[in-house]
Write a protein that binds this ligand. Structure first.
Ligand code: BTN
Length: 265
């Protein structure tokens, strides 16, 4: 039986009350929406009463930050969101939480009928072009609580950036003909992230969605560049590679990975 679902047409603009209603009963108890902030990650990091379950969404960022000190260009139209979760006393947890967000983003984008994959550690790509980046950090509060702040930027509308030469970009709009209900999309992302948080199945899903596994990758480890075969993802989120001298685990903080022909392959 085919179910007819009415299309929601009023949800073109981000609306915090719709997202809160759609995530009612979840861990996301405090959702804030701002027109502009410097960076949603920085905003949470500096929040005086930071709590697990806090969410900040911004329409634009003036100092959006990417991994490895890069700038995340943040024009109006794309999605910029950061969430706060418990680090359970471990600084290493941030990288696993980043992977968890990558799994959630992959499933949420895929639910629109778009084929996407994860490029280790947590870029989401569509046909080798980047649609989403994730920046996972830790924050220590004045009361000495350790939290993970995970920020996600998704090119929902805009994909023409000056840095495109380095990382070819794509937006959901470029590959999807129908209008995206951005509030439902954001709520689905939050709910899917919560589903995989501290969930033993997360790494298994990650392995399934990771584009690098079974392929040759170029590893840039400081000044040292070499190729290897990516064979697996360790339980701690490390990439397991096979080189001429045997197997090794590489850490996302230490190395950068590209495909041999381009961004992914
Ligand atoms: C990357 O691929 O380099 C990571 C990009 C992460 C961008 C997001 S946008 C929301 C959050 N706030 C930031 O300043 N950065 C992250």
């Amino acid at each position: 039986m085919k179910l007819y679902q009415k299309k929601i047409s009023h949800a073109e603009k981000l609306d915090k009350s719709i997202i809160a209603a759609l995530t009612n009963g979840s861990m996301w108890k405090n959702i804030e929406l701002k027109e502009t902030v410097d960076s949603t990650n920085t905003f949470l990091k500096h929040k005086s009463d930071l709590k697990c379950g806090d969410v900040i969404i911004a329409e634009t960022q003036t100092e959006g930050r990417g991994r490895r000190g890069r700038t995340w260009f943040s024009p109006q139209g794309n999605l910029y969101m950061s969430v706060c979760v418990n680090a359970d006393g471990s600084f290493e947890k941030a990288s696993l939480v980043g992977l968890t967000m990558a799994v959630a983003a992959t499933e949420t984008i895929s639910s629109l009928g778009i084929d996407c994959k994860i490029k280790w550690p947590n870029d989401i790509v569509i046909n080798g072009r980047k649609v989403c980046g994730i920046l996972s950090e830790t924050a220590v509060t004045q009361k000495n609580n350790l939290f993970c702040i995970v920020g996600i930027g998704i090119n929902t509308e805009i994909s023409h950036f000056s840095e495109e030469v380095i990382n070819p970009a794509v937006s959901l709009r470029d590959v999807h003909n129908e209008k995206i209900d951005i509030n439902k999309f954001t709520a689905d992302l939050l709910l899917t992230f919560e589903k995989y948080l501290n969930n033993a199945n997360m790494i298994e899903k990650y392995r399934k969605y990771c584009v690098n596994i079974g392929r040759t990758v170029k590893i840039a480890d400081g000044g040292n560049e070499y190729t290897a075969e990516a064979v697996d993802i360790g339980e701690n989120g490390n990439l397991i590679i096979k080189t001429k001298s045997g197997y090794a685990a590489v850490n996302s903080g230490e190395v950068s990975v590209r495909g041999i022909y381009g961004y992914c392959d």
